[in-house]
Design a protein around this ligand. Structure first.
Ligand SMILES: [Ca+2]
Ligand SMILES: [Ca+2]
Ligand SMILES: [Ca+2]
Ligand SMILES: [Ca+2]
Length: 454
């Protein structure tokens, strides 16, 4: 197991636009939660380890409830179970969080994706490794407590069904899930809130073999799916925009907007106010975080905007993207060189709507204190701040970070640094194991080409 903290990050922005990030502490095998004290995580950050039982915390997916309290789905490595945590405060601090294991049947819970229904009850898609199925859980309470949730095996017909799930609820509260079945991209649209009855719509809208890993799903204003994913045949970023709610008819718009080098892992997708995709992802060749902002709803025309806002070492794993109130991107991701969680808040220069402005950067390192106990909340302040040639605050775009000038557009912060970098040479022997791990072999994995499978 690689050391470090920050893998499997999943981020949401609170009502003030401050990032809240769930992630995995590989050094201690714990789930951690960062709640930033500012929009750029520059000060007042809270870092907690609310669940330290066994080796837990992979494959996190985080949403905030109506009170701003985190709900997180994640994987219990020790017991091979799905877990759900519902915090009773905005920081998951002080103990008393609800932590349940609502599905313990077989090896379940990898690749989880969480949404909340109109009552605030969790809906989670995830992978059943024992039965090679995509499962859908709909809880009948806000904590997924009582061992009485609705759990359905929805896609079971294909080998490895249910990897890389990304879940969104449609306007009726019915789940829509993108996933990968080991060969192809799958799009599930359920006709009820529980995906029950064995009568859901399941399509295979991209006929390209080995395209469909690292999916991230959003719905456009019509409820039609938009999905970013990686093409592991050509190692390109792909973008699908469906022309119907089910991605049916084999007539969707599918583009490969970034074909430079080997790119496209760890995608995270959001739509801007115009419905144009923003995608964060990993550049395998260069070990960089990349951002794409499309100038149309289909990312068509070969004229999208690309930036590499962080090229410092091998960075960009497990990206999770948000857009602030000004439409500017905020990204949590993993620094594989240093084994750290990083958060980028683009002040300017990142692909932003409507107009990128001057290059501006702030980099702060906020080391985790060596004395921190696993269960204690730690309020932290930056110990080093880089500021230079900062434009006037009034010139900073809405939600923009502090500005400085070392060439990186945007504010990059390290809210949680691990105790040592991930070891080199951790590439698994089997490419599929690489895919199942979901997070390994950043950089080192560029020569690992998943075998074609039929
Ligand atoms: Ca229940
Ligand atoms: Ca149904
Ligand atoms: Ca269609
Ligand atoms: Ca375009």
């Amino acid at each position: 197991m690689a050391g470090g903290v920050g893998q499997y990050s999943s981020m949401a922005l609170d009502a003030s636009g401050y990032p809240v990030v769930a992630y995995y502490d590989a050094t201690n095998g714990d789930l951690k939660v960062l709640h930033c004290g500012s929009a750029d995580c520059a000060s007042g950050n809270s870092i907690t380890s609310p669940d330290t039982g066994g080796d837990i915390g992979e494959f996190t997916s985080l949403k905030l409830d109506a009170s701003g309290y985190p709900l997180v789905s994640y994987y219990d490595v020790t017991n091979a179970d799905l877990k759900v945590m519902h915090c009773n405060d905005a920081d998951c601090a002080g103990g008393g969080e609800s932590i349940t294991s609502p599905d313990t049947g077989g090896s379940v819970g990898k690749f989880s994706s969480l949404a909340l229904d109109v009552s605030g009850y969790p809906v989670v898609s995830y992978y059943d490794f024992t039965n090679y199925a995509l499962k859908l859980m709909h809880c009948n309470d806000a904590d997924c407590a009582g061992n009485d949730e609705s759990i359905e095996s929805v896609i079971t017909a294909s080998l490895y069904a249910g990897m890389y799930t990304s879940l969104v609820l449609d306007a009726s509260g019915y789940p829509v899930v993108s996933s990968y079945n080991g060969n192809y991209l799958k799009l599930l649209h359920c006709n009820d809130a529980n995906c029950a009855g064995g009568n859901e719509s399941i399509t295979e809208p991209d006929s390209l073999l080995d395209a469909g890993v690292y999916t991230s799903l959003a719905l456009d204003a019509s409820g039609f799916p938009v999905v970013s994913y990686a093409d592991n045949d050509n190692y390109d970023l792909k973008l699908m925009h469906c022309n119907d709610a089910n991605c049916a008819g084999n007539d969707e718009s599918i583009t490969s907007p970034d074909t430079t080098d080997m790119v496209g892992w760890y995608t995270s997708l959001k739509l801007d106010a115009s419905g144009f995709p923003f995608v964060s992802y990993y550049d395998l060749t260069n070990g960089d975080l990349k951002l794409m902002h499309c100038n149309d709803a289909n990312c068509a025309g070969g004229d999208e905007t690309f930036t590499s806002p962080d090229t410092d070492g091998d960075v960009g794993g497990n990206t999770s993207l948000g857009l602030d109130a000004g439409g500017l991107p905020v990204v949590s991701y993993y620094d594989n060189t240093n084994g750290d969680l990083k958060v980028l808040h683009c002040a300017a220069g990142c692909p932003s709507a409507p107009t990128p402005t001057a290059t501006a950067t702030a980099i702060r390192r906020v080391p985790r204190p060596a004395t921190a106990t696993p269960t204690a909340a730690a309020t932290q302040t930056p110990v080093a701040t880089a500021t230079a040639a900062a434009p006037a605050p009034s010139a900073t775009p809405p939600g923009g970070g502090v500005s400085a000038g070392d060439g990186h557009p945007g504010g990059i912060h390290l809210p949680d640094t691990g105790q040592g970098a991930a070891p080199a040479g951790n590439a698994p022997a089997l490419p599929l194991a690489l895919l199942l791990a979901g997070t390994l072999a950043i950089g080192a994995g560029i020569r690992l080409r998943p075998a074609r499978r039929r």
